[in-house]
Design a protein around this ligand. Structure first.
Ligand SMILES: [Zn+2]
Length: 293
C-alpha cells in the first residue's frame, strides 16, 4: 500500500538514447514538483525493452546530476524487478482478471468493432474463448496476457489538465515475448516505491486512465498527476536527435540549463531560485518550440 505523506515524485527515463533537452526539462519539472511539495525524489530506469542499454542509462544519470538534480535512493532498474511484475500478474490471474490473447497487431486493427467502441481500444477478440479454442491458438503464437477490465473509461485528475477521462480496455499486462507491459510495470513500480506524484510528458496523458484503473484494482491510491507539455521541433513534431544540438554533450551543461530555465520563464535562475519561485499554476501550458542553436 502507498504510505502516508510525504510520498515521492520520480523521473523514469528509458535508456534507448541520450536524454535530449526536452527530456531534461521534464526531469527538472518533475524534481521541482517533488521538492516544492516536500516529497522525496526517485529515479527509475525503464529498461524492460531490449533496445535499452546500460551505458546509455549511466550517461542519463550523469547528465541529470550535471544539471543539479539529486535523488534520495539508488536508481531502480526495471529489468531487475521481473519477479515483482510476475507476482502481481499471478495475483490478478488468481482473481480471474487475466486472459491470454493471440492477436497480432494486424488482427486487432482488422477486427470488427462495436459501434461505440473507442478508437485504439482492444476489441475483446480473445476475451471469451473456450479452453479448446485457446489450446489451438496457443500453438500458433505465444500469447500476450491481457487484463479483464470491467470498465471502458476512467477519470483521473491532473494538476495541469484538470479532470481527464480516457479509455480503459483489456490492455496488455505481459507481451507475447514475456516482457512485462509498460502500463503494468509503471503502476507496480510506482506503488512499490511509495511514489504518489507522477510528472511526465503529456504524450502519456492518455495512458493515465488505464494505469490509474489498474492501480485501483491493485488496492493502491491514485497518484497526483501532472502531464507537462512536450518540447517540439520547429515543424511542431517531437524533438529528436536529427533536430541538431539537443543533448547535454552537444549543448554544454550551462547552455542547456539556461535554455530550460528560459523556457520556464526565468532565464537566469539557478535551480534553488527556480525551486523558490516554482508555481505549477504559472507553468507554460503550450509546447516549447525548440530552435537548435
Ligand atoms: Zn486477442
Amino acid at each position: 500500500m502507498t504510505p502516508a505523506a510525504p510520498g515521492a515524485g520520480r523521473f523514469a527515463p528509458s535508456p534507448s538514447a541520450d536524454l535530449h533537452i526536452g527530456n531534461l526539462r521534464t526531469a527538472v519539472l518533475a524534481w521541482l514538483f517533488a521538492r516544492s511539495t516536500g516529497r522525496r525524489f526517485l529515479m527509475r530506469i525503464e529498461d524492460l525493452d531490449e533496445r535499452t542499454h546500460d551505458d546509455v542509462a549511466s550517461r542519463q544519470l550523469a547528465d541529470l546530476a550535471a544539471i543539479g538534480l539529486d535523488w534520495d535512493a539508488e536508481p531502480e532498474w526495471q529489468s531487475r524487478q521481473r519477479i515483482r511484475y510476475d507476482t502481481v500478474i499471478d495475483d490478478l490471474a488468481r482473481r480471474g482478471l487475466v486472459y491470454e490473447c493471440y492477436c497480432s497487431r494486424r488482427d486487432i486493427l482488422s477486427a470488427p468493432r462495436a459501434p461505440h467502441a473507442p478508437e485504439g481500444a482492444y476489441p475483446g477478440t480473445c476475451r471469451e474463448l473456450t479452453e479448446d479454442q485457446r489450446a489451438v491458438r496457443r500453438e500458433s503464437r505465444p500469447p500476450a496476457l491481457r487484463l479483464r477490465a470491467d470498465a471502458t473509461e476512467h477519470t483521473v485528475t491532473d494538476l495541469l489538465h484538470g479532470s481527464y477521462t480516457g479509455v480503459v480496455d483489456d490492455f496488455v499486462l505481459r507481451r507475447g515475448d514475456g516482457v512485462p507491459a509498460y502500463n503494468l510495470a509503471v503502476v507496480v513500480d510506482d506503488a512499490a516505491a511509495g511514489i504518489d506524484q507522477v510528472v511526465r510528458g503529456d504524450d502519456l496523458l492518455s495512458s493515465s486512465p488505464r494505469q490509474a484503473y489498474l492501480a485501483r484494482l491493485l488496492g493502491h491510491d491514485q497518484p497526483v498527476y501532472a502531464h507537462v507539455p512536450l518540447v517540439l521541433n520547429a515543424e511542431g513534431k517531437r524533438l529528436a536527435k536529427r533536430d541538431g544540438a539537443v543533448t547535454l554533450a552537444e549543448l554544454g551543461t550551462s547552455r542547456a540549463f539556461a535554455l530550460i530555465t528560459g523556457s520556464l520563464g526565468w532565464p537566469s535562475a539557478d535551480l534553488a531560485e527556480l525551486l523558490a519561485r516554482f508555481d505549477p499554476a504559472r507553468l507554460p501550458r503550450e509546447p516549447w518550440i525548440y530552435q537548435p542553436v
